[in-house]
Write a protein that binds this ligand. Structure first.
Ligand SMILES: [Zn+2]
Ligand SMILES: [Zn+2]
Length: 247
């Protein structure tokens, strides 16, 4: 079954989003999508939880209105939280909201591309997973935007994947890599194979679109390429879009 979903989209509710929700929905409908997740940035290093909640109220209301107007596509209430492990109290509050889906991201890239900082980038990811409160781990090796990460020992990656599996957190396959540096995906093909070899199965696929032309970018290609249990989250529960697959 085709993966007719994009689980990672930013609108003007995100500081860097460049499209309105309604235009994104119309684009999704043109593409034949059944599910569209609005995963707006939550940067708790920059804004207070009060600001998050005020903005969320507007976001929530707009989704409700648009969902009524466009019943053909299921709108997924999501957030992409930057480094949630640094904001435990705020994460608890966010976990009590009426959300479908929470993506956890490490957006702290190394300043110097030395081995120590590259390892720290991955150790932060491990801390995000162990802290919990998220459904899917976004763009694992996003660090490749800045540097070559081949110095990372396989044991650390295995530890990350094993913890994702144990905590039942999905791994996101983020297709924005193809737009940015012509890298196949975040995570890379080798890392996806490692996840699979350890028994990893749950994945969500997202374009990380910030503008209309990027919605569903390369998602069908990636979905066909990999044999995982590909799904979405609704009311914080994994829903498989693969026929016959078990969640
Ligand atoms: Zn991100
Ligand atoms: Zn994003």
């Amino acid at each position: 079954m085709a993966y007719l979903a994009d689980t990672h989209v930013h609108t003007i509710y995100s500081h860097d989003g460049q499209m309105r929700m309604e235009s994104a929905i119309q684009k999704g409908l043109e593409l034949g999508l059944k599910y569209l997740a609005f995963t707006e940035h939550i940067e708790l290093d920059l804004i207070s939880i009060k600001q998050v909640l005020n903005r969320y109220a507007c976001y929530d209301e707009e989704i409700s209105i648009l969902q009524e107007k466009y019943p053909q596509i299921k709108l997924i209430r999501g957030m992409e939280i930057s480094n949630p492990e640094r904001h435990i109290k705020e994460l608890e509050i966010i976990n009590r909201l009426n959300l479908d889906f929470i993506l956890g991201s490490n957006h702290i890239l190394p300043k110097e591309n030395n081995k120590e900082e590259i390892l720290l980038y991955y150790k932060r990811i491990l801390a995000i997973i162990k802290n919990g409160g998220i459904d899917s781990l976004a763009h694992l090796d996003y660090i490749k935007r800045a540097c070559d990460d081949s110095c990372v020992p396989i044991e650390l990656l295995e530890d990350i994947f094993q913890n994702l599996i144990n905590y039942k957190i999905a791994l996101e396959i983020n297709t924005s890599a193809l737009r940015r540096k012509n890298i196949s995906s975040f995570p890379s093909d080798e890392k996806l194979k490692l996840y699979k070899s350890l028994g990893g199965s749950l994945v969500t696929i997202g374009s990380d679109a910030h503008r209309l032309a990027e919605i569903y970018d390369n998602i069908s290609l990636i979905a066909e390429k990999y044999d995982f249990n590909k799904g979405i989250y609704l009311k914080r529960k994994f829903v498989s879009l693969d026929k016959g697959a078990k969640s």
